[in-house]
Design a protein around this ligand. Structure first.
Ligand code: GDP
Ligand code: IMO
Ligand code: MG
Length: 423
């Protein structure tokens, strides 16, 4: 069976965790393919909110296996905290959680390097989550990284020491003030490593190949969003992995011709956390309302998310780069009662009207051109059937479908698992 993909089409936090949880009933295996604890995926059911960072969002379902793929970077300390939280909810993760031996480890000094690099950048900082993502992927591509499979080797601690020493020299090089107690960080790290070692490490590409051959259904779960992709995002204000569809092939070892459906998730508006260009950002009361009603605070860092109108130019680009076959629109409920909605349908760029994403979308280069829409007034949060959706929302959906030429199959009307309308 083909491997289906689910990924974010904006700057992350589209609601991926919620939808993976909803779709897990249809799949045998949920596999994260990139990113690490910079992600915060929120699931809500039975009046309880859960936030996952590294663990795939299928973990609350008894029958699914949850794989952390080779493309993911794992911080053992954060991973252990996630496991502790699952234990509080009596989740028996030992039989369902699998970890690729080829996944790279985030060391305490990777986190410190992230902090040093961001501090040194000053105003030009990326706005990183400071989880050590960039430095860990740098060591991966620089061929210096430590992988989960290395933990089974006797000499891995020597390798660790050499790398941590090098990192300390690099931190000095940045010449910024970073307070840390490495002994303390290492105690916590080595303790967490022992917990990690009690889990099941596998050759995940072989596992997926065999699972596919045996007719098992697999859903690959993306983290971050397409506009944070290292190649196709708003570089340098991006993360350090390929968040787009191709990342699922390299992050799991799945061949491109084995990809089935590509589910693309977007909010009915746009948010971004951290620095970087955002053409449709709102600095007024309307943006403030989106943030307040939508509870737009980062699930990992608690930072306020910047809010703005839906950007169809960027969304079309993301659909193109990913080969999206089905769309899911999230948080339509947040816009209920707005006076008017705007959707950016083109950019003014160097005096010209363009409909594609140019190299540079900083506000000096690009200004959005909007179409206006009437907004729905009804509270959507109790609706459970597509027939109940108000006319204005149906008009909004039809417009987006006609512009993107891809069907919107799910409309999400609240954070809970149950607040999901299939079309
Ligand atoms: P992810 O990183 O893509 O999994 O998304 P996050 O969990 O970081 O952010 C999405 C936020 O929106 C979370 O707080 C979700 O509980 C919430 N959410 C998801 N879908 C909806 C929806 O349809 N309506 C509302 N109001 N909230 C939603
Ligand atoms: P999920 O999976 C939103 C952003 C950070 C920063 C940039 C680089 O929950 O959608 P990094 O820590 O990777 O060095 O940060 O990317 N970022 C996210 N924004 N959702 C995420 O993940 C993000 N992961 C990273 O805010 O701007
Ligand atoms: Mg998130």
């Amino acid at each position: 069976m083909a491997v289906d993909l689910l990924l974010g089409l904006q700057w992350g936090d589209e609601g991926k965790g919620k939808i993976v949880d909803v779709l897990t009933t249809n799949y045998n295996i949920i596999a994260r393919f990139q990113g690490g604890p910079n992600a915060g995926h929120t699931l809500v059911f039975n009046d309880t909110k859960h936030v996952l960072h590294t663990i795939p969002s299928g973990i609350f379902h008894d029958n699914a296996k949850n794989l952390v793929g080779n493309g993911v970077v794992i911080d053992p300390v954060i991973f252990k905290k996630e496991l502790d939280k699952l234990e509080l909810h009596d989740i028996d993760y030992r039989k369902s959680l699998l970890i690729s031996k080829k996944a790279h480890l985030i060391l305490p000094t990777h986190r410190l390097l992230d902090a040093a690099s961001e501090t040194a950048k000053g105003k030009a900082k990326i706005g990183s989550t400071l989880k050590g993502i960039g430095p860990t992927y740098m060591d991966k591509t620089g061929r210096n990284g430590i992988r989960v499979g290395d933990l089974e080797m006797e000499n891995w601690k020597d390798k660790y020491r050499a790398l941590a020493n090098k990192h300390e020299a690099m931190i000095d090089f940045y010449n910024v003030k970073i307070q840390y107690d490495l002994d303390e960080l290492e105690n916590e790290f080595f303790e967490a490593i022992e917990v990690l070692k009690s889990l099941t490490f596998i050759d995940s590409e072989e596992y997926i190949y065999q699972a596919q051959k045996n007719g098992q259904s697999i859903l690959a779960e993306g983290a971050q969003g397409s506009l944070l992709d290292i190649d196709f995002g708003t570089y340098p204000f991006v993360t350090s992995s390929n968040t787009t569809a191709a990342g699922a092939c390299t992050g799991l070892g799945v061949a491109p011709n084995q990809i089935g459906e590509v589910f693309g998730i977007f909010k009915a508006y746009t948010t971004r956390v951290g620095s970087g260009p955002f053409p449709t950002e709102l600095f007024d009361k309307v943006g403030e309302t989106m943030g307040r009603v939508g509870h737009e605070f980062g699930a990992t860092t608690g930072r306020s998310r910047r809010c703005g109108w839906l950007d169809l130019v960027a969304l079309k680009y993301a659909c193109q780069v990913n080969g999206v076959t089905q769309l899911m629109m999230m948080k339509a409920d947040v816009l209920s009662g707005f006076n008017q909605l705007k959707v950016c349908t083109a950019y003014k760029y160097k005096g010209e009207l363009i409909k594609h994403l140019p190299f540079n979308i900083e506000s000096e280069n690009v200004s959005p051109v909007y179409s206006n829409f009437d907004c729905w007034k009804e509270d959507l949060t109790k609706m459970d059937n597509a027939n109940q959706l108000p006319k204005e929302l149906n008009d909004y959906i039809s417009f987006l479908e006609s512009q993107l030429d891809i069907p919107i199959k799910i409309v999400s009307v609240g954070p809970d698992r149950k607040q999901t309308i299939f079309r």
